[in-house]
Design a protein around this ligand. Structure first.
Ligand SMILES: Nc1ncnc2c1ncn2[C@@H]1O[C@H](COP(=O)(O)OP(=O)(O)OP(=O)(O)O)[C@@H](O)[C@H]1O
Length: 217
C-alpha cells in the first residue's frame, strides 16, 4: 500500500528546458524520504508531480503501480499534498480549514470535529482554532496547513518545505509528527533545504543541476 514510484521521468514547464531529467525512485510505506536541493533545484516540481499536479514529459509517476492521471486521481488514491505556500483559505479560521478538508474527503461532521481538535492540538494550535488564517503568524499558518494535511490520514503524505518558518521546537514537533505518519504506515516525502531536517529522515534524494542522486551510502 502507498508505494510511490517515479521511473525515468523528465519534468518541465511549457517548452522550457527540463527542470529534472531521468528521475527514478521508489518511496515505500513506513519511510520518510527527504527531497533536498537548493532553491530552484526542483523540489516543488517533483512533489507536485507526485501529487498529480504536473505530468512527466516522459516516464511515469505511479502509486501502487497505477500511473497518476491528474490531481483528482491522486486524491482518490489518498495522496495528500501539504503545499509550500500552505494553500489555506484566508477567510476561514484554522479549525474551519481543517474541518472543511476532512468533510471534503468523506469525513462526517463528527469526524471533522474530532480530527480538527486532535490535529490542531498536535500542532500546538488549540488556542488559535477560531482565529482567521490572516490573523496567524507565518509559522502558525504553516502549522495550520500541517494540521489540515495530517488530519486527512493520507496513504502518501507529501510535505513541501513545511518547517521553513518554524522555530527549533516546532520544527522538531513536525519532524516527530512526520515520523509518526510513517509509523502508522504512510509513505512520507518531505522536501526541505534544511540539512538537519533531512538528516532526521530515513533516506535522502538530492536534486542538483537537473538530476536526482542519493548522497548517503
Ligand atoms: N509554473 C512554472 N512555470 C515555469 N517554470 C517554473 C514553474 N514552477 C517552477 N518553475 C521553475 O522550475 C525550477 C524549479 O522550481 P521549484 O519550485 O521546483 O524549485 P524548489 O527546489 O522547490 O525551490 P524552492 O526551494 O525555492 O522552493 C525553477 O527554475 C523555477 O523557476
Amino acid at each position: 500500500m502507498g508505494t510511490l514510484t517515479v521511473e525515468g521521468a523528465d519534468f518541465g514547464y511549457g517548452d522550457g528546458d527540463p527542470v529534472l531529467s531521468g528521475v527514478t525512485l521508489t518511496a515505500r510505506a513506513g519511510e520518510v524520504l527527504a527531497v533536498t536541493g537548493t532553491s530552484g533545484a526542483g523540489k516543488t516540481t517533483l512533489l507536485n508531480a507526485m501529487a498529480g499536479l504536473l505530468s512527466p514529459r516522459v516516464g511515469t509517476v505511479a502509486v501502487d503501480g497505477t500511473a497518476l492521471t491528474g490531481r483528482d486521481h491522486a486524491v482518490s488514491l489518498d495522496v495528500v499534498l501539504i503545499p509550500q505556500d500552505n494553500g489555506l483559505a484566508a477567510i476561514l479560521t484554522a479549525a474551519e480549514n481543517v474541518s472543511v478538508a476532512v468533510i471534503a474527503t468523506g469525513g462526517t461532521p463528527a469526524d471533522a470535529r474530532r480530527r480538527t481538535a486532535e490535529w490542531l492540538e498536535a500542532l500546538g494550535l488549540s488556542g488559535q482554532a477560531n482565529q482567521l488564517i490572516d490573523e496567524l503568524s507565518g509559522g502558525q499558518q504553516q502549522r495550520a496547513a500541517l494540521a489540515r494535511g495530517l488530519a486527512l490520514h493520507g496513504d502518501i503524505v507529501l510535505a513541501d518545505e513545511v518547517t521553513s518558518e518554524l522555530d527549533a521546537a516546532n520544527r522538531q514537533r513536525v519532524l516527530d509528527l512526520l515520523r509518526a505518519e510513517a509509523a502508522r504506515g504512510a509513505t512520507v516525502v518531505f522536501a526541505t533545504h534544511d540539512p538537519e531536517a533531512a538528516a532526521a529522515c530515513d533516506r535522502e534524494l538530492h536534486l542538483a543541476d537537473g538530476v536526482a542522486t542519493w548522497p548517503r551510502p
